[in-house]
Design a protein around this ligand. Structure first.
Ligand code: NAD
Ligand code: UDP
Length: 348
């Protein structure tokens, strides 16, 4: 992938937080990009700056449905298919769990078929959630995980695990050249203000002087990766020619408790907010940190943006976007949605 490369990349989920940054990075490298998105959690705003970009196409479609004819009938022949389509925030993916599971299973199957049909290389955006509430720390790719298969997170975790299984079946059968990224918590500009994940929640609450919500004691940990670092890793994974065929962790090993994260944001913003404690969601993982030895060795990749810098850029983003743009309503994907709270606290 270089400036002269006029290859076409399909980015499913390209209107979302990570997908829109990936789209920008691919265009900057000279590729054409076709984004497929159903705008369930994605936003037109994330792509508005590409309205007059001749190398960019947007298809409003659900990946569960067969890919649009212009992709399957050969008028557009992609070299790369990135599958990022799937709501990633717990309240959003739990709002319509059936659709979330089908997105990962049926949607991934549809996109694997598209890659097989066109000869494109395929990348599945998987997740650290395949490790569940991990009993091994930090998490290496060889760890099989500790996932509750019938809890409220299962629609996401088990969907992503099934998507990995499908991807590796296509790979073993030599039907598709495929790669799997296990992405750890990523943050940055273009997260939705109502995304529900911890970084966007804490920043938007602090900026508004609202109470800052910590779920549980706040002693649980995560390791936060800035979106620019992640996108570099996704492209490195898609384009490497090494003889490595396993899943690859992409994340920042810098582990921090949720309470410490909140305290840092409070200090950076100088807010009058108070920190308040709310019940811990069911099956909330207690700790998470990637072992990125494989990414370092195979991709020569590691994160570069320190948390303080990434948070400053994200705070700057949320300070500058108009509330209306950041809080466009979620589009109901298909069926009846439960409220986020009904799901977050639902017993399994
Ligand atoms: P996001 O919710 O901002 O983006 C997901 C995009 O997929 C949205 O634009 C949404 O509208 C679209 N989408 C959802 N279901 C779809 C469907 N059935 N058909 C078509 N489009 C659909 O989330 P994100 O943070 O940008 O995550 C992108 C990908 O990375 C997801 O697959 C997610 O599971 C994975 N991931 C993200 C993180 C993270 O911390 N951001 C961590 C682990 C994995
Ligand atoms: N969390 C929190 N306050 C919030 C949102 C989330 O304390 O307003 C916690 C959540 O319970 C979890 C951690 O922060 O322990 C990360 O949550 P997030 O939804 O960002 O990601 P995930 O749980 O998928 O890692």
């Amino acid at each position: 992938m270089n400036k002269k490369d006029e290859a076409i990349a399909v980015v499913a989920g390209g209107a979302g937080f990570v997908g829109s940054h990936l789209t920008d990075a691919l265009l900057a490298r000279g590729l054409r990009v076709v984004c497929i998105d159903n705008f369930q959690t994605g936003r037109f705003d994330n792509l508005a700056h590409l309205e007059h970009e001749p190398r960019f196409d947007l298809i409003d479609a659900d990946v569960i449905d067969p890919p649009p004819g212009k992709l399957t009938r050969g008028s557009i022949k992609p070299s790369y298919v990135f599958n990022l389509a799937c709501a990633a925030s717990p309240p959003h993916y739990q709002a319509d769990p059936e659709h979330t599971l089908m997105t990962s299973v049926v949607g991934t199957h549809q996109l694997l078929h598209l890659a097989e049909m066109t000869g494109a290389r395929f990348l599945q955006a998987s997740t650290s959630e395949v490790y569940g509430d991990p009993e091994v720390h930090p998490q290496r790719e060889s760890y099989w995980g500790n996932v509750n298969p019938i809890g409220p997170r299962a629609c996401y975790d088990e969907g992503k695990r099934a998507a990995e299984a499908l991807t590796f079946d296509f790979l073993r059968a030599r039907r598709v050249d495929a790669r799997v990224a296990r992405i750890f918590n990523t943050y940055g500009p273009r997260m939705r203000a109502d995304d529900g994940r911890v970084v966007s929640n804490i920043i938007t609450q602090a900026l508004a002087d609202d109470d800052i919500t910590i779920y549980g004691s706040g002693e649980q940990t995560r390791s936060f990766c800035y979106v620019e670092d992640l996108v570099r890793g996704l492209i490195a994974l898609m384009t490497h020619e090494k003889d490595y065929r396993g899943a690859v962790n992409l994340g920042n090993p810098n582990e921090i408790s949720v309470r410490e994260l909140a305290e840092r944001v409070v200090e950076m913003i100088g807010t009058r907010s108070s920190i308040i404690f709310r019940p811990l969601p069911v099956d909330d993982p207690r700790r998470r940190r990637p072992d990125i030895t494989v990414a370092k060795e195979v991709l020569n990749w590691q994160p570069e943006v320190p948390l303080a810098d990434g948070l400053a850029r994200t705070i700057q983003h949320f300070s500058s976007v108009a509330d209306a743009a950041a809080k466009v309503p979620l589009r109901t994907a298909s069926r009846k949605r439960r409220t986020a709270d009904e799901n977050r606290y639902a017993a399994s």
